[in-house]
Write a protein of this length. Structure first.
Length: 301
């Protein structure tokens, strides 16, 4: 009943254009909440899902990327990966997804450029990372961050590599995986960016860690992955924020860890229907139906 009620609330918030706003009080549709909502509704409420797909396809930039808000960020943004994941298995969307994947393959963190490699190795030593190991930025011409890199890995791994046009996908994914491993926090898990700043270890965040673990679901024996899973297992029972708890449920389920108590804790959070942040509301729905959601995210069970 809880999931049914949450789905009804999510559908109620959909605009006639097919999109959702970031906050229930806003009238501006955004690509992030629309992508999460489309993932929720793709196989549950067909009419709402089709309107969402139409909105997402209409918001694509000419260069193949997607913006945060329709009509903004003409050079593209991190949302390109999330939209590509949301459009998975939708046959009419394949040309748009291919354009999006091409954009992802062209987009690299700023540290990949020779000048920034030199800078991070010589004058800028505030952060500790290997600039040869780069992923994806939030926006073009900025450095790599954990969440956009993890989502890009998930998006690229969903596309068939049989086409010679995408023969670079394995090497690009591997470079992104190396970046995630390099940026891990010394005690396990991930922060938003770097594991060490000004010589001090940075504390991990459960949501960043969970999203990275989804991208690394196929590397369960990697010591960095095992350490991150252990961190989430320790931290999960202490979480009270629906956003972090939902991501944690999805990540631990992907790594075949028990989630029953975490799911009960999520359901016990009062006033879930009143969550103002639409992305969080959609993510709670994904976590409560984690098996189907992981398949939709491209994470095999």
């Amino acid at each position: 009943m809880a999931l049914t009620d949450l789905l009804a609330e999510l559908i109620r918030r959909q605009f006639p254009c097919g999109g959702w706003s970031a906050l229930s009080s806003s009238a501006q549709p955004a690509l992030e909440p629309t992508s999460y909502s489309a993932l929720v509704l793709r196989s549950r409420v067909r009419a709402a899902g089709e309107r969402a797909y139409s909105f997402l396809l209409g918001a694509q930039n000419p260069n193949g990327s997607w913006p945060v808000f329709a009509g903004d960020d003409r050079d593209g943004s991190w949302v390109t990966s999330l939209v590509s994941i949301a459009l998975r298995d939708l046959v009419p969307a394949m040309p748009a997804r291919v354009k999006g994947i091409r954009w992802l393959l062209r987009t690299v963190g700023k540290e990949a450029h020779w000048f920034w490699k030199w800078k991070f190795r010589t004058s800028d030593r505030h952060v500790r990372f290997d600039p040869d190991k780069f992923g994806w930025p939030w926006f073009p011409d900025t450095v790599s961050w954990v969440v956009p890199s993890a989502l890009a890995i998930l998006a690229l791994n969903q596309l068939s590599r049989s086409c010679c046009e995408f023969e670079l996908i394995p090497s690009r994914v591997e470079r992104g995986v190396e970046m995630l491993r390099d940026r891990a926090c010394p005690g396990g898990g991930w922060n938003a960016g770097n594991g060490v700043v000004y010589g001090a270890a940075v504390a991990p965040h459960p949501d960043d860690t969970a999203i990275a673990l989804l991208a690394l679901h196929d590397r369960p024996n990697d010591p960095v992955v095992r350490s991150a899973v252990a961190y989430l297992e320790r931290t999960g029972p202490t979480l009270t924020a629906p956003w972090s708890l939902a991501w944690t449920i999805l990540a631990l389920a992907a790594h075949h860890r028990p989630i029953i108590l975490l799911r009960e804790a999520l359901l016990a959070i009062p006033d879930l229907l009143c969550i103002a942040d639409t992305s969080t509301l959609a993510l709670v729905c994904l976590a409560l139906d984690h098996e189907r959601s992981l398949t939709d995210l491209g994470v095999p069970r």
